[in-house]
Design a binder for this molecule. Sequence first.
Ligand code: FE2
Ligand code: FE2
Length: 298
Amino acid sequence: MSYRIAPRRVSFDWQETPLHWIPDEPTATHVINVLHLLLPAGERWFVKVFKEALPLVRDEELLKDVKGFMGQEATHSVQHAYVLHHLAEQNLDTGPFIQHVAFLFDVLLGEKPPFGMPLTEREWLRFRLSLIAAIEQFTAVLGDWVLRAEDLDRAEPDPVMLDLLRWHGAEEVEHRSVAFDMYEHCGGDGTARYARRLLGMAVTAPVLFYLWGWGTRYLVRHDPVLAGRLRYSLREHNKAVAKGLLPSWRELGRAVPRYCRRSYHPSQEGSLRRAVDYLATSPAARTAAGALGRAALS
Ligand SMILES: [Fe+2]
Ligand SMILES: [Fe+2]
């Protein structure tokens, strides 16, 4: 039986969420907060690129999955954008950083290749689909990590933020194969398709690594509570990893060679069972399901 992917119309109330939503752990808080910097523009871009590619889809099942994926990613993008408003209300202005992110997705990775690069429309679209498939490898790994991160529970984080991360993480595990299948479907044949998949990862992994470091440094530097008393460093990062508040480098690093195997398929990334179990208990997902049920009855 095929698994149905569909968005959940969640909402979150940020009123009570403190700036350091993992108490006394500003480094871990801001490393995770980089998600809010990258995802609103990034996931909006996924939806745009997929819209461009929809006419190429010749498989009904894939088309259903892709539409479910687009609905989920659009919802993620909007919900993370609300967190940016909340950060601004707490005097952490992310505007200047967001402009760089918007330039990356809207200009450098827009509908036309940048700098007049001599690529056909088809080739440029395939390249961007390969980037999305590679990014989704990491979102699946991170999604599964956040669902398993019991040390994060023990650190007593803000429950609303934890629910946002786990609801999102669970949906990333739910749709872990869709971007890969979309790339494989639209990406041409044989060795060229495989080579472009590798290229997608070769570009994505270092760029994500760089953006994450840059974003964390930005947030730590502009945090009004820290007021310059902390610097983001590898040492501080690794301390948070040792406490189980961030995923290990090893776990993240291993996702790359796994993805580069020719026979790879993401259907075994993470645990769909764990994801579905979380979504059954997530306060935001349950409220959304209840609202849907009430709307159907009225
Ligand atoms: Fe997402
Ligand atoms: Fe995703």
